[in-house]
Each structure stands twice: as structure tokens, then as C-alpha cells.
Design a protein around this ligand. Structure first.
Ligand code: ADP
Ligand code: MG
Length: 267
């Protein structure tokens, strides 16, 4: 009877501490302990491990809800045979998430349908599963929300929001041309996150034709500068360059930006 009182006391301690899973698991854990006679530490460790696991799962679900991903695709869904233009070595390097740790950026370039959104989201999911806060938005949405916020006097708050996640995915830059004011919102986001958090940006325009997305070439150059300084360029079309070659080409492409050739060739 006394033991039963202690048991009730323990359950109410667990409930008071909001350790719901441990409270739920207490009875079966005690039953198992009767048979296996684990040490005190082992028993406590096992019981609390169930709580840790449940908490981690809950947090992950929260991060995935917050992330706003448009698809449920994961890196395991990426079919490299179907997309020979995709550099597997580079994707695997990105999947280590070293770029998130280093607060670096990824630029995914390629024509519609080659899997840019899929890859960005799959990398985002990997990051969310690792524990990073991730948020997905399209470039058009980012700009529209920033503009609305500015009109409503909430611009700073919105800028803080864009700055919050460890990884911000900005999808579909270049489908719509960006007038100067819109581009300046994007510039603010990129520049505030610079060396502070990662961005994966996808675009259907090669770097050399970024001048066509932006009315203002200076802003285009400023955005590119920040993105590429600690950036990896992954082109899903044409020849499969290795990361090192990309890094070498960045300088050339950056200096070529002001020349802005017409046409949609991919960097
Ligand atoms: P993009 O964003 O470049 O326009 P998406 O990521 O939307 O392309 O891809 C178009 C469709 O093709 C999606 O349903 C996507 O899941 C699929 N897809 C693209 N590339 C691959 C791939 N390498 N492996 C498996 N599915 C792919
Ligand atoms: Mg897309």
C-alpha cells in the first residue's frame, strides 16, 4: 500500500513536470524492471529516454509544419539516373549540411522541371530533421510579404522573420521580373542573412542573365556577391561540373554579369 502511494506520488511528479510519455511508460517500465532488475541508473535512463524520443519527435513535427514545404520529397526520392544533369557528388556534399553549419548558400540553377524545388526542399527536410529551423518561400511571396509589411508598418518584424531560420529557401527567382522596390526587399533579406544564416535560392536564370531579372543591375550584383561569397552553385542542366570548377567559374561569371548577354544560357 505504501509502495502504491509512492507510485502515485511519482506519477504526479512526472505529470507536474509535464513528462507525459515517461508518466505513461512508468507502469510498463516498472513491470519490466521487476523481471530484468536493471540498476537504478539504467532504469531511470530508459524511462527518460522514452520522454526524450517523444520530445524530439514533437519538435521535428513542429519544425516540419513551420517549414512550409510544398512537397514531402526527400533526398531518397532523388533519381540520379532520370536526371543525368544532376551532380550526385555535389548533392551528397550538400546533404552533409556543412553549408548550413558554415552559414553558406546554395544557388540551384536550371530550366523548369529539372528538380530544383524538389532538391531544395529535400535538403531543407534533411536540415529540419537534423534540428535546424528551415523556412520555404518563393521569391515572389517573399517580396509580396515584405511589401505588405512595409505598407502596414511591420517591415522590421518581417525582416526579423526572414532572418530567423537557420536555412531560408527562396524558390523560383527569375520567373517574374523584379522592379527596383521588390529587388531591394530581396537584397535586404540576403544582406541581413549574410554570414548569419544560409539561403538556398533556386532560379531558372543563369548567373550571366541575372541582369534580366532585375531592373537594377547594381542590386543584382550586390545580391549575387553576397550569395556567392560563401556559395555553392549547382546547375541542373548541361555539363556536370564539379564543385571546384564551379568555384573557379564564379569569379568569371561575376565579372561577366555587367556585360549581361541576352538569351537564357545557364551558368
Ligand atoms: P523545378 O523546380 O526545377 O521546376 P521540380 O522540383 O518541381 O522542378 O520537379 C518537377 C517534378 O519532377 C517534381 O514532381 C519532381 O519531384 C520531379 N523530379 C525532378 N527531378 C527529379 C529527380 N532527379 N528524381 C525524381 N524526381 C524528380
Ligand atoms: Mg520549382
Amino acid at each position: 500500500m505504501r509502495e502504491q502511494g509512492v507510485y502515485q506520488q511519482l506519477r504526479s511528479h512526472l505529470a507536474y513536470l509535464r513528462l507525459a510519455t515517461a508518466a505513461e511508460q512508468l507502469a510498463p517500465a516498472l513491470e519490466q524492471a521487476e523481471k530484468e532488475k536493471p540498476s537504478y541508473t539504467r532504469f531511470l535512463e530508459r524511462l527518460l529516454a522514452t520522454e526524450v524520443e517523444a520530445t524530439e519527435q514533437r519538435k521535428l513535427e513542429g519544425r516540419l509544419r513551420f517549414a512550409n514545404f510544398p512537397t514531402q520529397k526527400t533526398l531518397a526520392d532523388v533519381d540520379y539516373d532520370a536526371q543525368p544533369g544532376l551532380d550526385r557528388t555535389m548533392v551528397e556534399e550538400l546533404a552533409t549540411l556543412r553549408f548550413v553549419e558554415d552559414k553558406g548558400n546554395v544557388l540551384l540553377i536550371g530550366p523548369p522541371g529539372v528538380g530544383k524545388t524538389m532538391l531544395a526542399v529535400a535538403l531543407g527536410r534533411q536540415a529540419a530533421e537534423t534540428g535546424y529551423r528551415v523556412y520555404y518561400t518563393t521569391a515572389a511571396d517573399l517580396v509580396a510579404r515584405s511589401q505588405r509589411a512595409a505598407l502596414a508598418g511591420r517591415w522590421q518584424t518581417t525582416m526579423r522573420f526572414w532572418n530567423g531560420p537557420a536555412l531560408l529557401i527562396i524558390d523560383e527567382l527569375g520567373y517574374l521580373p523584379l522592379p527596383a522596390e521588390a529587388a531591394s526587399h530581396l537584397f535586404q533579406v540576403v544582406s541581413r542573412r549574410y554570414e548569419h544564416g544560409s539561403i538556398i535560392l533556386t532560379t531558372n536564370r543563369g548567373i550571366a542573365s541575372w541582369g534580366e531579372i532585375f531592373d537594377d543591375t547594381t542590386v543584382a550584383t550586390a545580391i549575387l556577391d553576397r550569395l556567392l561569397h560563401h556559395g555553392t552553385v549547382l546547375t541542373i542542366n548541361g555539363p556536370s561540373y564539379r564543385m571546384r570548377r564551379h568555384q573557379e567559374r564564379i569569379e568569371t561569371l561575376r565579372s561577366g554579369l555587367s556585360a549581361t548577354p541576352k538569351g537564357g544560357e545557364f551558368a
